[in-house]
Ligand binder design. Structure first.
Ligand code: F6P
Length: 341
């Protein structure tokens, strides 16, 4: 068989592990040929690709980022995007394309799959918000990075008797905030799923100082917003692809909390450091398993599906199941975290 692979959307630790696994399973075990499209869907739309053999994927398992490059370009951005993709799949004699990506990438995968192209997707995002899979690779690494940062920030917050408001990634969901906040023992966790009330947040942080504590750490997901009418708030705007470009919830919260509490407050924005660098062992294993199962699905001609972790098993589920809604933080998960704050 001839298989095309691409990585699209925001990068994520573990992408190289999937590419390596696809090549090993396909080339070494099945005798397939694999090509890698450069810079995501852009490579498929422009027939910009390279051959991937075992040498090409040597030594990349532990490397962050993606050797194929990524972009946010999608077939839907071009009037003839679907037809161009189809044309290149045919010209290159591909039996399947394996796109590795998050929400936007999988929506594009669904579009092409509905148009009859042979697609098997692999979900990725540090945000862990893809429905249908218990976990996405990259999440464990991002939570580890955020937790280490929070541990470090605690000591400086304590030295200066400050409130630190630490902004982590999570446009629509608060999984990174929830897990890193729990792991590091943050004093408040603010997630997009539950618009915050500034009075309640002030009271929660203030209670610590009243109890004689000298500092506080608040973890906030970048997409968190106040309850309507709770405080003046600038949400920000959109980028050229229509993605949110937030005005900075940590910055706004720190100004508000400093003023209300009469304590020094500082915003800390972790940003893309959460997406960079070497994946954890957990993410390498999950990514490798996803790659292996994607190739198997191609050989079974089980198209229009993505790999998903269910419990400890890898399953193939319809792409539609993954893109129709996001996996948000359930109430109970938040309640568990709140109890230990
Ligand atoms: O989707 C993953 C993510 O990390 C989001 O949490 C974040 O909002 C976004 O990517 C940032 O992407 P960009 O690289 O375009 O700034």
């Amino acid at each position: 068989m001839r298989i095309g692979v691409l990585t699209s959307g925001g990068d994520c630790p573990g992408l190289n592990a999937v590419i390596r696994s696809v090549v090993h399973r396909a080339v070494a075990d099945h005798g397939d040929e694999v090509i890698g499209f450069n810079d995501g869907w852009k490579g498929l739309l422009e027939a910009d690709y390279r051959a991937l053999d075992l040498d090409a994927v040597g030594g990349i398992l532990a490397r962050g980022g993606t050797i194929l490059g990524s972009s946010r370009v999608q077939p839907a951005h071009l009037v003839d995007g679907v037809e161009r993709a189809r044309g290149h799949v045919e010209e290159l004699g591909l039996d399947a394309v394996i796109p590795i990506g998050g929400e936007g990438t999988l929506k594009a995968a669904r579009l092409l799959s509905d148009a009859g192209l042979p697609i098997v997707g692999v979900p990725k995002t540090i945000d862990n918000d893809i429905a249908g899979t218990d976990v996405t690779f990259g999440f464990d690494t991002a939570v580890g990075v955020a937790t280490e940062a929070l541990d470090r920030l605690k000591t400086t917050a304590e030295s200066h008797q400050r409130v630190l408001i630490v902004e982590v990634m999570g446009r629509h969901t608060g999984w990174i905030a929830l897990h890193s906040g729990m792991a590091a023992g943050a004093h408040a966790i603010v997630v997009p799923e539950r618009p915050f009330d500034i009075d309640e947040l002030t009271a929660r942080v203030g209670k610590r100082f009243l109890a004689g504590k000298k500092f506080a750490i608040v973890v906030v997901a970048e997409g968190a917003k106040p309850r309507a009418g709770s405080m003046d708030f600038d949400i920000g705007g959109k980028d050229i692809y229509g993605h949110e470009r937030f005005a900075g919830v940590a910055r706004q919260l720190s100004t508000e909390l400093e003023h209300r509490l009469g304590k020094e407050a500082r915003p800390v924005i972790l940003g893309h450091v959460q997406r960079g660098g070497t994946p954890t062992a957990y993410d390498r294993v999950l990514a490798t398993r996803f790659g292996w199962h994607a190739v198997e699905a191609v050989h079974r001609r089980e198209f229009g599906k993505i790999t998903a972790l269910r419990g400890t098993d890898i399953r193939l589920i319809p792409i539609a199941e993954a893109v129709e809604s996001l996996k948000t933080v359930p109430r109970e998960r938040y309640a568990e975290a709140e109890t230990v704050l």
